[in-house]
Design a protein around this ligand. Structure first.
Ligand code: ADQ
Length: 461
């Protein structure tokens, strides 16, 4: 079988992994097949980076990394990837900052990646690139002469043509994605939006999942990402003895725990969530002193202005909710920016009666799946889930809410707090079966199968 080469912005080499709390690192961590390679940025900035990747072997996987200069990283990561593409692909055009020089830096880093990887790539390798940092990577790698199968998975949403066109390089971005043989999306909707863009912006012909452009064909399909639900469930059961989990459980004093776990990101709907919790306590005084909301949100991307503003906004809203409702012995809302080990997170989900996952837009949202997998089957908690998370397409037995509607989130939390044990069990059993079925292994297998299937021969148009 061909060697699998994964390419992503950050490379989570096992012993350095504690630094990464991102969804991609978590999702791919257990998927690495021995003998495969993972290539990307080392996480280090240096004045004159070597052109050759540094190679490290860990647990049977070869890790190949390169450093970047601070300037290249700023334009590529802070400027274009997170200052323009992230807001665009999360429907936040007002937050998109497009600058030609950032786009040039983004292309340059993708070219650096392609050139460095091509030095260690073998002709019969199979390349799988990940996420919005690497849209042009495949096209550039082809210029280095690589002719093997090349796939790409987009972890974030894709947008319809009317939104994509807001970025001046929309056509270039769609052309770049068309250079891969296979492109995977989290949901059917994202895959369809991409094909619509290829048709509207480039005049490509669409035939089901196939996109035909300039005499070649590529496949754009939905392949929802999953977690290793079995292992995560076991971790949650084991972590009852975890010190921090025990401390939180003891501090509850008979109250129920509502839990949210998100990177501190404006796409995650944290201000709306805090406000909705205030509405719940205002409307339903019976829940006061009986519930405790714990929001865990490790800081992220603080180089980008909007992320710093969000922190200040959350401090203000937490102060408002606690100022209005707290008592000498009850703080209704606590939020912590500490990253937590996965076993601790699993244990905290397990003692949560409500998992609150209300992003304004999210490719998938793995927290929703982790919360379900961590629940005790005999007395499970209830998931409140945004309809704009990719996970809502599958997890239909959750309480699905519009995250822009604070009243609806408050109503769903009330329903969760008053739901019968029978209904909680029935909903959880259905959700848990899905989380176990669409798991990380299936995600990986489906993608690699698609990448290895020969492309159908192109009929004359
Ligand atoms: P993210 O936007 O990072 O991922 P998400 O899918 O929720 O969002 O994944 C976050 C991961 O980080 C989860 O596994 C969670 O447990 C972990 N995590 C969060 N807080 C943590 C903390 N304090 N300590 C340790 N770990 C923490 C992107 C897309 C998503 C998509 C994923 C995977 O934005 O839509 O689901 O990639 O494709």
């Amino acid at each position: 079988m061909a060697r699998l080469v994964i390419v992503s912005n950050r490379v989570p080499i096992p012993k350095a992994r504690s630094a990464a709390a991102g969804g991609l690192a978590v999702a791919l961590r257990d998927l690495m097949i021995p003998g495969s390679m993972w290539f990307g940025w080392s996480g280090r900035l240096s004045g004159e980076p070597a052109a050759q990747p540094a190679l490290v072997e860990a647990r049977g996987v070869n890790y190949a990394t390169i450093d970047l200069t601070a300037e290249a990283h700023r334009a590529f990561y802070v400027g274009f990837a997170n200052g323009a593409l992230w807001p665009l692909l999360h429907f936040r055009l007002g937050l998109m900052h497009f600058r030609r020089e950032d786009y040039a830096g983004y292309l340059a880093v993708n070219a650096t990646f392609a050139s460095a990887l091509s030095q260690v790539l073998q002709a019969d390798d199979m390349v799988w690139a990940h996420d919005y940092h690497l849209l042009p990577f495949g096209r550039i790698l082809r210029r280095h002469g690589f002719a093997g199968p090349m796939g790409f998975f987009l972890h974030v949403p894709f947008v319809p043509p009317s939104v994509l066109e807001a970025i001046p390089v929309a056509r270039e971005l769609v052309t770049d994605l068309c250079a891969y043989d296979v492109v995977g999306f989290q949901t059917e909707e994202h895959a369809r939006d991409f094909r619509d863009c290829a048709h509207r912006l480039l005049g490509a012909t669409i035939d089901g999942e196939w996109v035909r452009l300039n005499g070649r064909r590529m496949r754009a399909f939905a392949n929802p990402i999953g977690i290793d639900a079995e292992a995560f469930g076991q971790e949650a059961r084991r972590s009852a003895g975890d010190k921090l989990v025990a401390r939180v459980a003891n501090s509850m004093a008979g109250r129920v725990l509502a839990i949210g776990v998100d990177r501190m990101d404006y796409s995650k709907g944290l201000p709306n969530r805090f406000e909705a919790y205030g509405i719940l306590l205002e409307r339903h005084p019976e829940h006061r002193r009986r519930i405790h909301f714990l929001q865990i949100c490790p800081r992220s991307r603080e180089e980008v202005d909007e992320y710093r503003k969000l922190r200040a906004e959350l401090d203000r809203l937490t102060g408002r909710v606690n100022g209005r409702f707290s008592d000498f012995d009850w703080t209704p809302l606590r939020y912590s920016t500490r990253p937590a080990p996965r076993s601790t997170l699993a244990g905290l989900y397990r003692i949560g009666r409500i998992g609150v996952v209300t992003p304004l837009r999210d490719g998938m949202n793995l927290v929703a799946k982790e919360f379900v997998a961590a629940q005790p089957e005999e007395d499970p908690g209830v998931l409140v889930l945004s309809r704009f998370a990719g996970a809502a397409q599958e997890l239909t037995e959750a309480l699905i809410v519009n995250p822009f509607d604070g009243d609806a989130i408050a109503d769903a939390m009330h329903l969760a707090l008053t739901m019968s044990l029978d209904e909680r069990r029935a909903r959880h059993a259905a959700l848990n079966a899905k989380v176990h079925r669409t798991n990380a292994e299936q995600f990986c297998r489906r993608f690699i199968d698609a990448l290895m299937s020969p492309l159908p021969t192109l009929q004359a148009a």
